[in-house]
Design a protein around this ligand. Structure first.
Ligand code: NDP
Length: 286
């Protein structure tokens, strides 16, 4: 890809995080801007937690069109913004900021991006039970979107059961379906796994190549889908377990792609060139 041409009326967007060097979003977004001949560039910003409020102020001062927000700022940044989307309010977290003439609007496209990836794959809400492993920020975003789209029933399985119970109490009112919490050893439960149509890993286990928890993959229905929110150049241990018993798998690059596509449209008002972004992301991950 040729370097973007920067001129006097180029709009700047970017991503705030710490660390930030690993991010694939600049490659994906800049490929999209170029493909749509939009005068935007996307740059990484290393923002230390102690500088977060000043970094947010700089969005106004430097007239950035907006930014993405990643670890560890998604929750803390909320207090510095002028208004929030319903999703960002429900999640208590923001991954996309839009600068509307100095008014900073915070949105959260993680959950919607996750849902779009399911829809693209052909999954519909009627399909059956969902298991979310993990109860952190990404589980929260995914749970909110699943319940709003009427997926479920949903079981949250987590190492610290109290964290899963907090999610159940916070969001069970969102859907008209059952949401409950169980400890990790439920992943050996025949009854739970036999009913699953979608099993999501939202923990960070596997990020560094470590083995996943014992899970009775072979008793899941043949059409059960395994979705790891993590992505690596090779399949994670969670997905390898599913592949061994010939179950369909999806990984976090699909969620990354679709949350990025939604952010692109929010900043530019233009439909995102999904295939261009997917190819750019694929190249960046090789
Ligand atoms: P959080 O830190 O908020 O939550 C981490 C979760 O993992 C918690 O439920 C925690 O359990 C569990 N966990 C962590 N270590 C272990 C372990 N050793 N054993 C058992 N459980 C463990 O992280 P996020 O939810 O923000 O992110 C999780 C992963 O999702 C990250 O790796 C991130 O890369 C990925 N992600 C991907 C996105 C994408 O676009 N593809 C978007 C967002 C996140 P406990 O409650 O017991 O501490």
């Amino acid at each position: 890809m040729a370097a973007p041409v920067v001129s006097g009326n180029t709009r700047i967007v970017g991503i705030f995080g710490d660390p930030i060097a690993h991010t694939r979003s600049p490659v994906m977004q800049n490929a999209a801007f170029q493909a749509c001949t939009l005068r935007y560039v996307y740059v990484p910003f290393l923002v230390h937690p102690s500088g977060l409020s000043r970094a947010v102020q700089s969005i106004r001062v430097l007239n950035l069109a907006g930014v993405n927000v990643t670890v560890p700022h998604k929750e803390k940044i909320v207090r510095y913004l002028d208004s929030l989307s319903e999703e960002a309010q429900l999640c208590g977290a923001v991954n996309t900021i839009i600068n509307r003439d100095g008014h900073l609007f915070g949105d959260n496209t993680d959950g919607r991006g996750f849902l779009q990836s399911l829809e693209e794959y052909g999954l519909s809400p009627q399909r059956g039970e969902v298991i979310i492993i993990g109860a952190g920020g990404s589980a929260r975003a995914v749970l909110v979107s699943l319940l709003r789209a009427r997926y479920g029933p949903v079981t949250i399985v987590n190492r610290t059961i109290a964290n899963a119970q907090v999610l159940v109490r916070s969001y069970r009112h969102l859907g008209n379906t059952r949401v409950n919490a169980l400890p990790l050893d439920a992943l050996r439960s025949t009854a739970l796994l036999q009913r699953a149509s979608l099993i999501i890993n939202s923990t960070s286990v596997g990020l560094h190549g470590e083995e996943f928890f014992p899970l009775a993959y072979d008793i899941t229905p043949r059409n059960c889908i395994f979705y790891d929110l993590l992505y690596r150049s090779e399949p994670t241990s969670f997905l390898r377990g599913a592949q061994k018993v010939r179950r369909a798998v999806l990984d976090g690059r699909e969620m990354l792609l679709h949350q990025g596509a939604l952010a692109f449209s929010l900043w530019t008002g233009t439909p995102a060139p999904i295939q261009i972004m997917r190819r750019a992301l694929g190249r960046a991950l090789q």
